[in-house]
Design a binder for this molecule. Structure first.
Ligand code: MF3
Ligand code: CO
Length: 267
C-alpha cells in the first residue's frame, strides 16, 4: 500500500531530514583517525535528541544503535564499535530521525585521509548514481526507471557491483513503507510514480563483486571479496517535473571540505 503525502506531511519529513543533515554534518566535522565509531554514534544520538527528535533506527527490529556506521568492506548496517578509525578508511554513516510523527533518512560515505584513487572514484560514482536515480523520480515514470538509472550508471558504465539484497524504500510515518526501490532493474517496470510519493533512494555500490554476506552480529552487511563499498542516500519527493530532495548534502559537503582529515571524493 503506497501512501502519498500531503504538503503538510512533506514539510514534516523535510524537518526530520534537516536533523539528519545536521547529524551527517556533525559526522563530517568529527571524523578523523583515532576516533571510534561508537564515539561518533553517541554524538549523533545526542544531537538528534537535542533537536527534539528520536533516532529512527534505534530499536527498529532490534537494531541497537542510533546510526549505522560501515567501515571499508562493510556495506551497510555496520555496528558502531570501539575500534579506532585510521587513515585510509572509508566510513559510511547512515542516520534516521523521527520527529512530529515523520521520519527522515540519509547517508553519506566519508574518506579518512586518502584511500586511493580507485576508492575515491567509487565514492564519486556512487553519489552520482544516486543523482541519476533522482533524475528519474518524476510523476509518470515507474520505480524501475529509477532502479535502471542507478544500475546502468554504476554497474554498466563503471563496472562496479550493485548490492541486490538491500533496497531503498518509501518512508513517512514509518521508516520503511512501500514501494521498495531496488538499485537494479528494468525500465518501465514496477509501481507508477505519482506526485507526493516520498522515497529514500540509497545505492550501495561495491568496488568488486556485488555479492555480500551478513556478519555474525546479524546486521552488518559485508562484501564477499573484502573490497570496499560506498553508500549515499537521500529522501526525496516525487513531483511532476523534477523530484524535490528533502534531505541535503550541502552542509555535509561544506564540513567535509573544511575537515583536513577527510578527502572529498572530487578530483
Ligand atoms: N537507511 C537504512 C534503511 O533504510 C537504515 C536502516 S537501519 C535499521 O534501511 F537499523 F533501521 F534497520
Ligand atoms: Co534508508
Amino acid at each position: 500500500m503506497i501512501y502519498y503525502k500531503t504538503k503538510a506531511e512533506i514539510e514534516l519529513i523535510r524537518s526530520s531530514c534537516a536533523i539528519v543533515g545536521m547529524a551527517l554534518t556533525e559526522a563530517a566535522s568529527f571524523l578523523k583517525p583515532g576516533v571510534t565509531t561508537k564515539q561518533l554514534d553517541e554524538r549523533l544520538e545526542q544531537l538528534i535528541l537535542d533537536n527534539g527528535a528520536v533516532p529512527s533506527f534505534k530499536n527498529y527490529r532490534g537494531y541497537p544503535f542510533t546510526s549505522c556506521i560501515s567501515v571499508n568492506e562493510a556495506v551497510v548496517h555496520g555496528f558502531p564499535s570501539d575500534k579506532e578509525l585510521k587513515e585510509g578508511d572509508i566510513v559510511s554513516v547512515d542516520v534516521g530521525a523521527f520527529k512530529n510523527g515523520y521520519h527522515g533518512d540519509s547517508a553519506y560515505t566519508f574518506a579518512l585521509g586518502n584511500p586511493g584513487d580507485g576508492v575515491l572514484q567509487l565514492m564519486r560514482v556512487t553519489k552520482e548514481a544516486l543523482y541519476k536515480g533522482i533524475e528519474k523520480a518524476i510523476a509518470g515514470n515507474r520505480v524501475g526507471d529509477i532502479s535502471f538509472a542507478v544500475q546502468d550508471y554504476a554497474e554498466k558504465k563503471h563496472g562496479y557491483g550493485i548490492v541486490r539484497e538491500l533496497v531503498g524504500h518509501g518512508l513517512g510515518k514509518h521508516l520503511h513503507e512501500d514501494p521498495q526501490v531496488a538499485n537494479y532493474g528494468r525500465r518501465g517496470t514496477g509501481a507508477k510514480l505519482q506526485d507526493g510519493l516520498v522515497i529514500a533512494i540509497e545505492p550501495m555500490v561495491n568496488l568488486g563483486t556485488k555479492d555480500v554476506f551478513y556478519d555474525d552480529d546479524g546486521w552488518t552487511v559485508r562484501t564477499k571479496d573484502g573490497k570496499p563499498a560506498a553508500h549515499y542516500e537521500h529522501t526525496i519527493c516525487v513531483h511532476k517535473v523534477k523530484a524535490e530532495i528533502l534531505s541535503s548534502f550541502a552542509q555535509v559537503e561544506k564540513a567535509e571540505k573544511a575537515n583536513a582529515n577527510l578527502h572529498a571524493a572530487y578530483y
